[in-house]
Design a binder for this molecule. Structure first.
Ligand SMILES: [Fe+2]
Ligand SMILES: [Fe+2]
Ligand SMILES: [Fe+2]
Ligand SMILES: [Fe+2]
Length: 411
């Protein structure tokens, strides 16, 4: 039996764990870009924070929330103005030194369905116990989840928890002791020493094991939701994606509006229409893994840079595929650079693999992009955009009927 809400919309059992873990890959890529290396930073901060929260006796809902907050804690770094701060090797320290990423991050994550009251935990994740942090909050006035995340975050940034060298553990212990009572709460430092005694604590934090460790230790969190609710949660991430570059500030939102408009034109049923909007809102989530130096480059891209860009829809698939119920959404979102003739990327799919909604997404993504300003050109008018899309149709790359419909509807 399908459950319905009061408005008669079908309810799905939405698995927030899968959703969050899927998208954590993209969020962690933002920091990888700043560090210039692969990173599971958000996941490691989440694993350590969860262990501390459990040892303190926090509830399952609180443990789930602290994992979500830890995964999302640095989402504000995606904002373009922050990623362009300084080009030195230790950029992350510089951008993390800006309180703006805390405020932006808190704002972006505000609509995430946290299970408990954990207000301002992202905003205050750089506060110090003695009040010397960004916002001057001290001691127990700092939300407890922010205190825990701060300890895990600070320590991972400085020492990289995944380093197998046993000497690293001693350095971490020394660092925490030296800063107990100044940066960190003395009670939390003691708690860290307790939970980090067992070797498995450290094994879990190594790159090959961290994903499985999180999956194993995160409390199950599913919610009965209609597709509108899932769209609202997806928008938390579309906000982060759009903030990455000033040239794409409205790209995701604009595509979502256009696909909704066309779905109305085709009289698509409500639930499918909402799923299309979710696919639109997440279609470029993989762009979080592509450096701004490429996305915002004013001139033409080199072959290597163009190749790098093709990775983004592969990453979109990686993020969305594991989410139960997202089977169609994944196809519509991740195939938006495929072409009917098989010359697209990343999989070189063809006509038989691309259903109507996937084809619609492709045409609208191109249309949306052409009508936006880019670093190397001004925004194009409807006529100019349709002339370019018409050539793609003549080439057999995109669906001719959809192109005609888009032309009529948006002219
Ligand atoms: Fe931070
Ligand atoms: Fe961080
Ligand atoms: Fe794209
Ligand atoms: Fe796009």
């Amino acid at each position: 039996m399908t459950l319905k809400n009061r408005r008669g919309a079908s309810l799905i059992n939405f698995n927030l764990n899968r959703f969050l873990l899927g998208l954590s890959f993209a969020i962690d890529c933002v920091e990888s870009e700043l560090l210039g290396s692969t990173s599971n930073h958000g996941k490691r901060v989440a694993a350590v924070s969860m262990r501390m929260a459990r040892a303190m006796g926090l509830s399952d809902s609180q443990v789930f929330d602290i994992a979500s907050l830890a995964i999302l804690h640095d989402n504000g770094l995606a904002e373009e103005s922050l990623t362009h701060v300084r080009p030195e090797a230790d950029r992350l320290y510089h951008v993390e030194d800006l309180p703006a990423h805390c405020t932006i991050g808190e704002h972006n994550a505000a609509k995430f369905p946290f299970q408990t009251d954990c207000f301002e935990s992202i905003r205050f994740h750089h506060e110090h116990w003695d009040g010397s942090g960004f916002f001057g909050i001290s001691g127990d006035k700092i939300p407890i989840m922010a205190q825990i995340i701060s300890l895990a975050d600070y320590t991972d940034l400085k020492f990289r928890f995944q380093t197998p060298d046993p000497g690293n553990r001693d350095r971490i212990a020394m660092f925490l002791n030296e800063n107990s009572g100044s940066i960190f709460s003395p009670d939390l430092v003691d708690l860290f020493h307790q939970i980090s005694k067992v070797p498995a604590f450290w094994f879990d934090l190594r790159d090959p094991f961290i994903h499985a460790a999180l999956d194993r230790t995160m409390p199950e969190c599913s919610m009965e939701s209609d597709w509108q609710g899932v769209l609202d949660i997806s928008r938390v991430f579309s906000r982060i994606i759009d903030s990455k570059s000033r040239f794409t500030l409205r790209h995701t939102q604009g595509l979502e509006e256009k696909i909704d408009h066309m779905a109305g034109h085709y009289r698509v049923a409500t639930e499918e229409r909402l799923q299309l909007r979710i696919a639109a809102s997440l279609h470029d989530v993989g762009k979080l893994a592509i450096p701004n130096a490429i996305l915002d480059k004013p001139g033409s891209l080199t072959d290597a840079e163009r190749y790098k860009v093709t990775e983004h829809t592969y990453y979109t698939r990686l993020c969305l595929e594991p989410i139960p119920g997202f089977e169609n959404i994944t196809e519509w979102a991740a195939n938006h650079h495929e072409k009917l003739g098989g010359g697209g990327y990343p999989m070189g799919l063809g006509k038989k693999d691309l259903d109507f909604n996937a084809r619609l997404m492709t045409v609208l993504d191109i249309y949306q992009a052409l009508t936006e300003e880019r670093p190397y050109r001004q925004s194009l008018s409807h006529q100019q955009s349709m002339a370019i899309i018409g050539k793609l149709r003549d080439n057999g790359d995109v669906d001719g009927e959809i192109v005609g419909d888009v032309d009529r509807v948006f002219s």
